[in-house]
Design a protein around this ligand. Structure first.
Ligand code: SF4
Length: 691
């Protein structure tokens, strides 16, 4: 698709290849621009990009009237005052150093959300400053999926999920586990949401998504019962002899104990727990295990947004091992990609610092994911352990019990934000920095078999500045310039490229990919040295988990709040709340300031089944009051059978209806610290104001 800029495109315009970062897919784009007459400023005249609503708003994103364009410091009356970059950076350095002198460097946290591009630099800055608390939105996004895979298959399988979403012509059956692919991160052809491939498709999802409507079998489970369903499928596979016994005998650890455990999950019992008919469970198990190679596709976080996050995810991915679908073409593959040199100084500096946030409670997560677990941020501020935060692209709306965190944020002695727009997070800030958009900032992108340098095709508007440049300036103000490549960002790119064999200067024409030869696509790479676990095998029963006092087997536990685990709470909060289903118009809380996107999806809605809507007298667009034991919000209704009776779904990231007000921050997975965004309880009432 093509989108028009503020001036009409001319044949003589410059055309540059770049990448979009309206979400983190980094799709290739072609940007036409020229210097506007009578000025020395370049203006974008047209962008060619993939067919994508989020991406189509990128010019509005750059030109928006409500965009932040100046650094600002809050005055003693609480009002924002524009300031120069020099003054603002000095203010941040002075305030961070003051907190460091008073309480120690470990009382400062360095936090990053989107974009993800500045992450390695912020992590390095945190450690050089002396703080172990580098924290990101991965504390409730991809972290648990990666850690669960690493526990089960070894560290080199940490990115297992990514390859699970790639189309493979050899696949004979696809099982798509809680991934609303058509509305998710990458609406690209390489992802296989096409029923046209004519390969049988099983979709596991509590909601009747558009993908589920195309499925041969839709396993519509009660939210949070993924682990039980996986065990029920395993039970049938083992009972009917559909497992890959050779692979299990040779390459799996703890299979006998696992077999004993899943023998408890008969189709009848699994049906009772999950709400899925037993015959459908049997049919799905036979289809998945009987059509090899088969591929399970999942999302970075849907299976781990439950209070039993890690074991739920392990239960699901172990089905691939049970059927021998590991690292074979058409099955679930070990990822393979060009290596990026780690510039974070994690291994060099972190051992000399105090423990990162969450180490005591979630030691495996911290060790495997190399950052703090920030879902306990409210606790840490409340206990006086964090006094200041320097943040880039962070939005505290992502936290469970968001209402509690809002109260804690007021206790910080210093808080600095960097964003494109005003956000609920900025309300608590002392300093605000304006971020440059992807059209205005250079970046190095390393992933898969490609490396790419993205140029800034135009200069930042106003006084906006690229995140990485801000960190280089702050490092300088903190006396750390020598550790930040003497202030030369391109030198940092060269260091990050070291393992790829490229130098920045070797990369092809600006913005184009340089392909990297990864060698032959070898199957069963584990045969060469085994799996990187304690046993060298796939760990159905994890040695690492047992060493830390957890269940070694992927034991199923009910959600923290559910009609089964907490019937007393369910009596007052009878609806099962699932949240965070994706929208192709927005990524998380981003994009809500863009009129183009608001015109397509103007406000959030809570999906409620027609039977429930009738019971409480609600019709489409009526306002609802939704409450849980920790908070409440108001939201409009969408009456739809996309959800089952007794289940409601609300999207995340909406400032006007922040669903995370309802999610308890005590319901964290004991291994990964992940919250139960997708399986909780609430009450839903029609608001009087509708009348
Ligand atoms: S998927 Fe859309 S928003 Fe995301 S990078 Fe690609 S074009 Fe941009």
């Amino acid at each position: 698709m093509k989108i028009a800029g503020t001036l009409k495109r001319k044949e003589t315009d410059d055309v540059e290849t770049s990448t979009c970062y309206m979400c983190s897919a980094n799709c290739e784009i072609h940007v036409h621009s020229r210097v506007a007459e009578g000025t020395n400023k370049k203006i974008v005249t047209e962008v060619a990009l993939p067919d994508c609503t989020r991406g189509s708003a990128m010019i509005e994103h750059r030109e928006s009237d409500v965009r932040l364009l100046n650094p600002e410091i809050r005055d003693s009356n609480g009002n924002w005052q524009a300031a120069s970059w020099d003054k603002t950076i000095r203010e941040i350095a002075t305030r961070l150093n003051a907190v460091k002198d008073k309480y120690g460097p470990q009382s400062v946290a360095f936090m990053v959300g989107y974009t993800k591009e500045p992450r390695p630099y912020l992590q390095r800055l945190a450690y050089l400053f002396g703080s172990p608390h580098y924290i990101t939105e991965s504390s409730c996004c991809f972290g648990a999926t990666r850690v669960a895979s690493a526990i089960t298959f070894g560290d080199d399988y940490g990115y297992f999920y990514q390859k699970s979403r790639m189309f493979q012509p050899e696949t004979k059956c696809r099982m798509i586990w809680s991934n609303d692919t058509e509305n998710s991160l990458l609406p690209l052809k390489k992802h296989f949401f096409f029923k046209e491939t004519d390969v049988p498709m099983i979709v596991v999802d509590p909601r009747l998504t558009s993908l589920a409507q195309k499925a041969d079998i839709h396993l519509r489970l009660r939210p949070g019962t993924d682990g039980a369903l996986a065990h029920g499928l395993a039970h049938v596979i083992l009972k009917e002899g559909l497992e890959d016994r050779d692979f299990l005998d040779k390459w799996c650890h703890g299979i006998k104990e696992y077999e004993d455990y899943v023998s408890e999950f008969s189709p009848e019992r699994t049906a009772e727990i999950t709400g899925i008919e037993k015959d459908l469970i049997i049919k799905a198990a036979r289809l998945y295990a009987g059509m090899r190679p088969a591929q399970i596709s999942f999302s970075p976080q849907a299976t781990v947004h439950h209070s039993n996050a890690c074991q739920n995810h392990r239960a699901v991915i172990l089905l691939a091992a049970l059927t021998g679908n590991i690292d074979i073409k058409g099955g679930n593959r070990k990822p393979n990609g060009v290596q990026e040199k780690d510039i974070t100084l994690h291994d060099e500096l972190l051992p000399k610092l105090s423990d990162p946030m969450g180490k005591e409670r979630f030691p495996i997560f911290i060790d495997k994911y190399h950052e703090g677990q920030s879902m306990i941020l409210s606790d840490w501020i409340e206990r006086g352990k964090i006094k200041a935060i320097f943040s880039i692209g962070a939005n505290i709306m992502m936290y469970p019990d968001y209402g509690r965190l809002r109260k804690q944020m007021e206790k910080l002695e210093f808080f600095s934000v960097c964003d494109f727009y005003d956000t609920p997070t900025r309300e608590f800030a002392d300093v605000s920095l304006p971020a440059a958009t992807h059209l205005e900032r250079e970046s190095l992108i390393i992933g898969g078999d490609k490396v790419r340098y993205r140029p800034n095709v135009i200069e930042p508007r106003g006084n906006a500045r690229a995140d990485a440049d801000i960190m280089f300036d702050l490092a300088d103000a903190l006396g750390l310039k020598d550790d930040f490549w003497g202030g030369d960002i391109k030198a940092s790119f060269d260091e990050r490229l070291e393992l790829s064999g490229y130098k920045l200067a070797d990369l092809p024409e600006k913005g184009k990919y340089a392909s990297y030869d990864l060698g032959p696509d070898q199957e069963r790479k584990y045969e060469n040295g085994g799996f990187q676990t304690a046993s060298g095998k796939v760990e159905f029963k994890s040695n690492l988990l047992e060493e830390h006092g957890y269940d070694g087997l992927p034991v199923y536990k009910e959600p923290y709040w559910s009609p089964v685990s907490t019937p007393d709470i369910a009596a007052d909060y009878p609806f099962i709340l699932t949240s965070g289903g994706r929208s192709k118009n927005y990524q998380h809380s981003q994009g809500r300031k863009l009129q183009m996107l608001r015109a397509i999806e103007p406000y959030p809605v809570m999906q409620i089944n027609p039977i429930d809507a009738k019971k409480i007298g609600v019709k489409n667009d009526d306002w609802l009051r939704v409450s849980s034991p920790v908070g409440e919000m108001e939201i409009r209704a969408l009456v739809s059978d996309i959800v089952l009776p007794g289940v409601v779904h609300a999207p995340h990231g909406w400032e006007e209806s922040p669903v995370n007000m309802l999610i308890p921050d005590k319901a964290l997975c004991d291994i990964t610290g992940f919250p139960g965004f997708k399986s909780s309880l609430c009450q839903v009432e029609k608001l009087d104001s509708n009348n």
